[in-house]
Design a protein around this ligand. Structure first.
Ligand code: 4AD
Ligand code: MG
Length: 477
């Protein structure tokens, strides 16, 4: 007989059938009741063991963490809290656990402890729910783009260019670190390196995505990106996944519409398809909230927050308006901000972004038209000569979720900008070619996937929404 999953069994009406199931023991109580989970759903299924007809040695091996193969019949449950249960007719231990040393005991563990046991943390309800949601969101993302006529493009992981110009890259080399070849000036001679030049892990697939937008029209990338920024925060990873759509003939307003529609669509998808996991995470958060002082408690539950984003328009605010709000706000006047906003041109820190979305607007905000000198070289210069058609989407509780822009499509303006920033034209000759041959208005954005998963799950630390986080001083697993 083919094994069923718990999700299958719980969704079926017809009971009293012979079934087979495999999973891991969460708990075993009174030598009789196994709470079994197989990852297919947040719910365990109760398996009732006939202990009088099961040998002593087998009963002893039914411990938390063990893998078992159970045959039995599905019956209406006598106990509370579940509709059906399995009357076990035979149980085979597939893999023993060790109740003394198995790290995931049936009790509350701290997230720090579970991070150290990231290889086993998906045996808990919280992490299995988070990772099922992560998987669903990925699917919803591909579905959205596929349904809307976008092509999925695989941009290179190894690249010679620094798309963001921030210089926060991991070098890729196979030179001997102890004894690298040197040039006549005593510098490392990358001409002798594997690719014959300096290369690094990509910080963004955007520049390559632009090349395909300018032929296929609408494309997107969804892949890993790498940043060697030494920021040990709850919102930064050294390796994270980014979704980057890029669209020809689309301006900044179109870009905002796309980003908003896209985010609403993928969040609607999980509201529809991941209800049980969301309800579990919501109740987890409610318990956590109870430990906080009243003033710090959120007035919306997890599902309410997601619905709020789906049902309400994002607020669109220019950088200039935002600066006016910030200059005159209480925390700025009372010098409560670490960085006081004094004048137009200031770069916004996360304290400012959070004030705008959490205190002032209380909803997702699209900030646009930033000063040119605080944004990347490729952004379209506005007619005022000092702002660029950039947009950042800020979310309550998260801060920056999306960064994007209309791209500079004018060859002369782009060249001038690159010159001013000391970016080598020869390195980006192919990028400039797009402006030489059939240039056109085009735009795109990058959404940090883990930040979206944080928002959708209510998890407070980005390390808890990616299977094996890479952060400064940490690349375990
Ligand atoms: O704003 P960023 O740097 O934009 C770009 O890389 C553009 N090339 C995207 C584009 O227009 N195609 O990064 C985009 C998003 C940020 O808004 C943030 O959500 C996320 O990527 N992000 C990070 N997420 C986790 N850890 C980090 N270290 C991140 N750095 C950026
Ligand atoms: Mg950004």
């Amino acid at each position: 007989m083919k094994s069923s999953t718990i999700a299958d069994l719980l969704s079926k009406e017809n009971i009293l059938q012979d079934i087979e199931i495999k999973g891991w023991v969460r708990t075993f109580r009174a030598n009789r009741f196994i709470a079994l989970n197989d990852g297919s759903t947040i719910n365990n299924i109760q398996c009732v063991v006939d202990f009088e007809n099961t040998d002593e040695a087998t009963l002893k091996r039914i411990t938390t963490g063990a893998a078992v193969h159970i045959k039995g019949s599905l019956t209406e449950s006598q106990g509370k809290g579940q509709s059906v249960e399995i009357q076990v007719t035979s149980i085979e231990i597939l893999g023993d656990s060790d109740p003394e040393t198995f790290p995931i005991q049936p009790k509350k563990h701290s997230f720090e402890f579970l991070r150290e046991n990231a290889h086993l943390r998906t045996r808990t309800n919280t992490f299995s729910a988070v990772m099922r949601l992560r998987s669903s969101l990925s699917f919803a993302i591909h579905k959205y783009f596929n349904d809307n006529g976008f092509y999925y493009m695989h941009t290179p992981i190894i690249t010679g260019s620094d798309a963001e110009g921030a210089g926060e890259m991991f070098r890729v080399t196979n030179l001997d670190a102890k004894n690298p070849p040197l040039d006549e000036n005593g510098n490392v001679n990358y001409k002798e390196d594997f690719f014959g030049k300096e290369t690094n892990l990509t910080v963004s697939g955007q520049l390559e995505a632009e090349t395909y937008a300018m032929s296929l029209g609408k494309v997107y990338t969804f892949g890993p990106t790498f940043r060697a920024e030494n920021s040990n925060t709850s919102r930064h990873l050294a390796e994270f996944w980014m979704i980057e759509p890029e669209v020809a003939f689309m301006d900044l307003a179109g870009n905002m519409d796309l980003a908003e529609d896209f985010m609403k669509s993928v969040l609607s998808y999980i509201l529809e398809h991941n209800r049980e996991d969301l309800e579990f995470l919501e109740s987890r958060l409610l318990d956590e909230e109870k430990t906080k002082p009243q003033a710090e408690r959120s007035d919306m539950s997890l599902i309410e927050k997601i619905k709020f984003v789906v049902d309400n328009n994002f607020k669109r605010v220019s950088y200039t308006e935002a600066i006016d709000i910030l200059k005159n706000c209480k925390p700025n006047k009372k010098k409560k901000f670490k960085y006081i906003i004094e004048e137009w041109g200031a770069d916004l820190q996360s304290e400012h972004e959070r004030y705008l979305v959490e205190k002032h607007f209380n909803c997702p905000v699209i900030l646009f038209d930033y000063p040119a000198n605080i944004k990347a070289f490729y952004m379209r210069l506005n007619e005022d000569g000092k702002t660029v058609r950039a947009m950042d989407i800020l979310f309550p509780g998260i801060g920056e979720m999306v960064g994007g822009s209309q791209r500079e499509e004018r060859l002369d303006v782009l060249k001038e900008k690159m010159k001013a920033l000391d970016i080598d034209e020869e390195e980006l000759w192919w990028y400039l070619d797009l402006r030489k041959y059939g240039t056109a208005v085009h735009s795109g954005f990058g959404l940090g996937f883990e930040r979206l998963v944080m928002f959708a799950t209510g998890m407070g630390n980005i390390r808890d929404v990616i299977p094996f986080p890479r952060t400064p001083q940490n690349a375990e697993f």
